[in-house]
Design a protein around this ligand. Structure first.
Ligand code: NAD
Ligand code: UDP
Length: 339
């Protein structure tokens, strides 16, 4: 298939490009490099020996989209482009609605103009909000607690209405906690500022960039008192997009899928795994709970297995070891190549 990948230079997008090229799909990336760099695409080209057409532009711009759609004529779109920091979304709600919701609207309009009927969307487990029950299945009520979560829920609704009206297909992938890096250690997560997320923070402590990890609360109602999350290796996540493309080829309408492992780990377990993988001490300090955090999240991903034939195969050790290989091999991320 010819696949337009918005936000393809980002963390999850770049790993997905590798899997798409590995399955002989043709790819075109649209990215404004707001949170990434063209260097990433060079790494993908090197790694795969594949062709990656790239257009620098904003997913909200109708003219850019029209040009890309008419030139590339995609069979499907994978829509990663968006803003993803929960804290920033609370202080900049309009910016988040603009990129995440208006960006999705603009993309769908442009797809309609060329008759492209399939889209795979980066949604998030955060659309569920405070758990009514765990593990979350896809029928769990949607009650996001942040602006970021609401942008994802709104985009899901728009995609579902579009699919219904147009006869198109929208696959809504609700990611749990993506971590890890490509086995080559040439691609990985490269946060621009102080990492908000646990795994990149631990990695920066391990490599000596930060003195210790703050553990946000050890008095939750969990076995060791620290928060439980369903971490998913980014390569497994990337493969879920390939499975979703196959699914979209012979289904119509909108369908949501949880993308996790079903096996949650605590902050303490993540630190322990990283100590083993890196051989580094990783000092921790117990701090107060982070506002808005919930105790535990866990995916029921059985729908993704039964309907798309997808399941996660990477272990916790794979997540920690690949993150360490990436972080220690690229202590400044992609920066050193940007000139
Ligand atoms: P990322 O920031 O690494 O990648 C996003 C990419 O989109 C970047 O390359 C960025 O430059 C680009 N982009 C941003 N705004 C753009 C715009 N207006 N026009 C064109 N390009 C734009 O993030 P990621 O972790 O790879 O996440 C990809 C998607 O998955 C996002 O939509 C995010 O909300 C979603 N998601 C991420 C996580 C996570 O924890 N990483 C979890 C759930 C969902
Ligand atoms: N966490 C932590 N210290 C950090 C970052 C995160 O203790 O510096 C904890 C956080 O409270 C949660 C877990 O690690 O229990 C995962 O947090 P992350 O931000 O990675 O994901 P999310 O909260 O979005 O699920």
């Amino acid at each position: 298939m010819r696949v337009l990948v918005t936000g393809g230079a980002g963390y999850i997008g770049s790993h997905t490009l590798v899997e798409l090229l590995g399955q002989a799909h043709e790819v075109c990336v649209l990215d404004n490099y707001d949170n990434s760099s063209p260097v990433v695409l060079d790494r993908v080209r090197k790694l795969t020996n594949g062709t990656v057409t790239a257009v620098e532009g904003d997913v909200r711009h109708d003219n850019t989209l029209r040009d890309v759609m008419t030139t590339f004529q995609p069979d499907a779109v994978i829509h990663f482009a968006g803003l993803k920091a929960v804290g920033d979304s609370m202080t900049n709600p309009l910016g988040y609605y603009d990129v995440n919701v208006n960006g999705t609207l603009a993309l769908l309009r442009a797809m309609d103009e060329v008759g492209c009927k399939r889209i795979i969307f980066s949604s998030s487990a955060t659309v569920y909000g405070e758990p009514v029950y765990l593990p979350y299945d896809e029928a769990h009520p949607l009650n996001p607690t942040s602006v970021y979560g609401r942008t994802k829920m709104m985009a899901e609704h728009i995609l579902a209405d579009w699919a219904q009206a147009s006869g198109g297909t929208a696959v809504l992938l609700r990611y749990f906690n993506p971590v890890g890096a490509h086995a080559s250690a040439t691609l990985g997560e490269d946060p621009a500022d102080v990492p908000n997320n646990l795994m990149p923070f631990i990695a920066q402590v391990a490599v000596g960039k930060r003195p210790y990890l703050n553990v946000f609360g050890d008095d939750y109602d969990t076995p060791d008192g620290t928060g439980l999350r369903d971490y998913i290796h980014v390569v497994d996540l990337a493969r879920a997009h390939v499975a979703a493309l196959d699914y979209a080829a012979d289904h119509s309408g909108a369908r949501a899928f949880n993308i996790g492992t079903g096996q949650p780990y605590s902050v303490q377990q993540m630190v322990a795994a990283f100590r083993t993988a890196s051989g580094q001490p990783i000092p921790v300090v117990v701090a107060s709970r982070r506002a808005g955090d919930i105790a535990a999240m866990q995916a029921d991903s059985s729908r993704a297995l039964s309907e798309m034939g997808w399941r996660a195969t990477h272990t916790l050790d794979d997540m920690a070891a690949s993150t360490w290989a990436w972080q220690s091999g690229n202590p400044n991320g992609f920066q050193s190549e940007e000139g």
